[in-house]
Write a protein of this length. Structure first.
Length: 171
């Protein structure tokens, strides 16, 4: 699933269309809400229901994002975001019940219980065989929030879109 963001009155090709999958869009929009709450708080930005900003507000958000990029705020935010995500607790894999070996019918059909592990997983687990496609054979998975990415480059691309979109709708 993704968010397709269409410019309402684009002045360039850059302002016609912006797309993010949900794993990049949610942190991007959360950042927009944080740095410009008075512009973004009334927009249902986490849904693709046609909501958005008019031309004036989109342009104002672009200026704010460019300012945050220029003064290093966005880069610091990315660093803090990645640090927080890296510190999230891992959890027991629900496909192998923490064993690292998927033995349900799908696992059996795909030969997972007898599959040889990669060298780094052998070192971590102390075994040479038995795998799970959900956790890579480790028995533990990253926190769900680790699936969401925040990057300076994504903010820059969105700001460039905003500058030329003439307002937008999230579809």
């Amino acid at each position: 699933m993704g968010m397709d963001v269409f410019g309402k009155n684009a002045t360039s090709e850059t302002g016609e269309y912006f797309r993010n999958n949900v794993w990049y869009w949610r942190p991007l929009w959360n950042y927009c809400e944080e740095v410009a709450p008075y512009l973004c708080e009334d927009v249902s930005g986490q849904f693709n229901d046609g909501d958005g900003l008019d031309a004036e507000d989109a342009d104002q958000l672009a200026h704010i994002l460019f300012s945050m990029l220029a003064d290093g705020h966005t880069q610091a935010y990315e660093h803090a975001y990645n640090k927080r995500v890296a510190e999230l607790p891992r959890h027991e894999c629900n496909f192998c019940q923490g064993t690292g070996i998927r033995t349900d019918q799908i696992g059996q059909d795909m030969g997972m219980p007898t599959r040889e592990l990669e060298d780094h997983v052998k070192v971590l687990t102390g075994r040479s065989h038995g795998w799970c496609n959900a956790c890579g054979g480790e028995g533990r998975q990253d926190h769900h929030d680790a699936d969401y990415s925040f990057t300076v480059e994504n903010v820059r691309k969105f700001a460039e879109f905003l500058s030329d979109c003439g307002g937008f709708e999230i579809c």
